[in-house]
Design a binder for this molecule. Sequence first.
Ligand code: NAD
Length: 513
Amino acid sequence: ATAFGINKALDQLGLSEINEGTSTGLNHFGSGEIISSYSPVDGALIGKVKTTSPADYEKVMETATSSFKEWRLMPAPQRGEIVRQFGEKLRELKEPLGKLVSYEMGKSYQEGLGEVQEMIDICDFAVGLSRQLHGLTMHSERPGHRMYEQYHPLGIVGIISAFNFPVAVWAWNTALAWVCGDVCVWKPSEKTPLCGVACQNIIAQVIKENNLPEGISCLINGDYKVGELMTNDSRVPLVSATGSIRMGKIVAQAVAARLGKSLLELGGNNAIIVTPDADIKMTVIGAVFGAVGTAGQRCTSTRRLIIHDSIYDKVKDAVVAAYKQLRIGNPLDENNHVGPLIDTDAVSMYKKALEKVVAEGGKIIVEGGVLAGEGYESGCYVKPAIAEAQNDFEIVQHETFAPVLYLLKYSGDVENAIAIQNGVVQGLSSAIMTNNLREAERFLSAWGSDCGIANVNIGTSGAEIGGAFGGEKETGGGRESGSDAWKVYMRRQTNTINYTTELPLAQGIKFDL
Ligand code: NAD
């Protein structure tokens, strides 16, 4: 990995001490147990990070609470200026940060750079937004009254993120939350703690250069126990949590028990419908990238291909042929298409899924397997696999976070395909490949796809920051990023102002004294 400039990247991100393995406390508040971060790329120890103890957490909360009191007084466009400066720093550090993402998480270097680009894009979006936190005005039913609504900062936003987007998800939340006047406390995944420290170093520098209170951005490290400190804490009015459905159900209940708000971005089970009118070449590119990109570890990864029986064999053969071209190996080497899974636990889950689909009656048509030998020492590299299956198999109903693609067949009308596509508990991303306008519009209609994302002639994977991102059903219902997703980070207030000398009551109620 040294050959790919990792040590230099760690240096540029202020992680060189961690890289030498001598320092364990670069995050400001850590005095708990130590997490060692091993790269799935080559199995090497990248660094160690101290976790946040309950006492450290109290200090973080005090800092965040006092910082909020100052930050909320700063006009939103000035907060936007801070986010602009943060975006500039990200531009400068795009390469080292992209490299760290690739090395610590295992996605390709191109995808690592793409993640940092998403951070830059959401900063730009947030800067513009900082002058557009609009409320409505309404006409009062009472004479001489004015009525309007405005949005105020919420307070401390707690962010819990997953390993697979170790930096972008944080930025989607923070860039908006900051312009909205909130302060953020972030608990990154315990599988990618150094990405968290690197991001915190970058924003801490911007905060310092502007003489602002450091608690505008706080980092806490550790596993679910550290996350629970926030979900149970009524000082945190909003918890934004990204991860598995299992985690989301626990977090949602903990936050709801104290009547807090949660924004949930959970698992998907995304499908592409391939109709008789599909462009096969485009379908193959969309499906293969969707299924094997990030080694199948995207929430929007393509898990199911629902193919019309009239073109089933043609599409199957084309996808199988494309799988033969895939090069699996070090994701920092741009010649490779597929990198490693995050860790050996993920490899076990992948193996179990392949056993299960066979046990349920499925047929493997592209063999999987774990790679060994030179370049694969970490034990995390697996072969992308394809199985023919049925939608009601338990394993197909479940999100396996690995490169396993299920081929499903439909016949007759596109409604039959839509029923299969919607016939799962998750509702994140969906796509239809068709040149038939009627089919496309039916897929997008009220009786079409039930997902938060529905695409035509694009795969399921990858999204632009301009649109609100999220999914329905057990995916959790949250929306982040573009459109009006900012509203969740603010509290709404309705104001009625009387500029007369009378006090008329609403609904014409008389109350004479
Ligand atoms: P995970 O659920 O294991 O962990 C996610 C985060 O939640 C981690 O930071 C973890 O420490 C924390 N956590 C776990 N239990 C918790 C609890 N009880 N209280 C508080 N915090 C807790 O998920 P993962 O393996 O890191 O990520 C993969 C999953 O994330 C997949 O299901 C994927 O689809 C999903 N995901 C969804 C989106 C989306 O936007 N919808 C984006 C990325 C990933």
